[in-house]
Design a protein around this ligand. Structure first.
Ligand code: SF4
Length: 351
């Protein structure tokens, strides 16, 4: 079944700026000790996430984008305790969670659920679809009786577009898109406040991607759900995000309202990513504003001094190597950009 994708969330005029802040992340860092060099006992520190701060409000989608290896999936996992936090804080509804661990982390895992990239691999092949979807209820609502659990599972399966009669089937009997619907049902059955979607559509065909994105947007509206939508495809992120955060080598390069980022990105990296999105119209392609992205992302074992992007940035100067640029905004309404020489909003580069 094909489906026309809905208008971009960038065009959603719902004002979420006054909504309650659910998730608050401050200066979060995730480091790993890894073997490095010729000798296995030689260990180096891999800086996967470096000093990242952001909020997620009730009912909003924060799109998290960047190339593979930029740390976005590690960041997503660290939020729910699946990656080790070196420094920084994560607060859920105003309560510190990472440092508090134990009971508070348990509360976070009930209120914050995750949807994974590979829908089939994330479903246990030994369990029926009904058992998989019921699992969060059995963990976080053990007081519910069997009949009530089955009723909620049936309702949830139908809500995500599956047939409740198929609850006894196994994951391998379903397509990739159907498996992702099962993953969404499992994530939502416990009525979480936030769902972290880690590349949820990148393994699916384009027409199925549209169906899944539309389903997530419908469920968000129904439930005032917040989404952290991790993806490398900026076209997909634009269809669902209210705000967008761009990461590079474990750091935030730019963050702002979706429309402000897509129409007026100030960071050279964001502009390069946007210019890499294919457009069918050659006239539009000629209006590209940034320099094309070239070279490889440096190793997080040995990141560049100063600005993390400077080894690939055509506008780099000596000052870019000397100091790490903070996230700054030129005017209200513009995105925050971590760049010593940000591009003028909406204008082509002049140097
Ligand atoms: Fe480029 Fe310098 Fe800006 Fe980094 S700080 S993005 S190197 S201009």
């Amino acid at each position: 079944m094909s489906e026309i994708i809905m208008p971009a969330a960038c065009d959603d005029n719902t004002d979420i700026s006054q909504a309650e802040t659910l998730l608050s992340v401050r200066n979060l860092a995730v480091h790993f000790r890894v073997s490095h060099g010729a000798w296995p006992w030689q260990k180096s520190t891999l800086h996967a996430v470096n000093g990242v701060s952001f909020d997620v409000r009730r009912g909003e989608t924060l799109g998290l984008v960047g190339e593979s290896g930029c740390g976005k999936s590690t960041l997503a996992r660290a939020l729910i305790g699946l990656a080790p936090v070196a420094t920084g804080s994560v607060s859920w509804r105003g309560e510190e969670t990472v440092a508090g661990a134990g009971r508070k982390l348990g509360t976070l895992r009930r209120d914050v659920q995750m949807i994974f990239q590979d829908p089939l691999a994330s479903l246990d092949p030994r369990m029926s679809i009904g058992e998989i979807v019921a699992e969060p209820l059995r963990t976080h609502a053990p007081h519910l009786g069997r009949a009530e659990v089955e009723r909620r599972v049936s309702t949830m399966l139908e809500r995500v577009g599956l047939n409740a009669q198929h609850a006894a089937r196994r994951a391998h009997e379903f397509s990739g898109g159907q498996c992702q619907r099962v993953g969404i049902a499992r994530a939502l059955i416990g009525e979480p406040g936030l769902v972290i979607c880690d590349e949820p559509v990148s393994a699916l065909d384009v027409s199925i991607q549209a169906q899944i994105v539309n389903l997530l947007r419908d469920l968000q509206r129904e439930r005032s759900l917040s989404l952290l939508f991790v993806a490398h495809d900026l076209a997909v992120v634009k269809t669902i995000s209210h705000r967008v955060m761009v990461m590079y080598l474990g750091r935030v390069m730019e963050i702002g309202d979706c429309r402000a980022v897509y129409d007026g990105a100030r960071h050279p990296y964001t502009r390069a990513l946007l210019d890499a999105v294919p457009v069918p119209d050659p006239a539009l392609a000629r209006l590209r504003r940034g320099a094309p992205l070239s070279g490889e992302i440096p190793s997080p074992l040995n990141p560049p001094s100063g600005c993390a992007f400077r080894t690939r940035c055509p506008y780099a100067t000596d000052s870019c190597a000397a100091r790490t640029p903070p996230l700054l905004r030129a005017d209200s309404g513009q995105p925050l950009a971590a760049c010593w020489h940000p591009r003028e909003s909406g204008a082509p580069p002049t140097d």
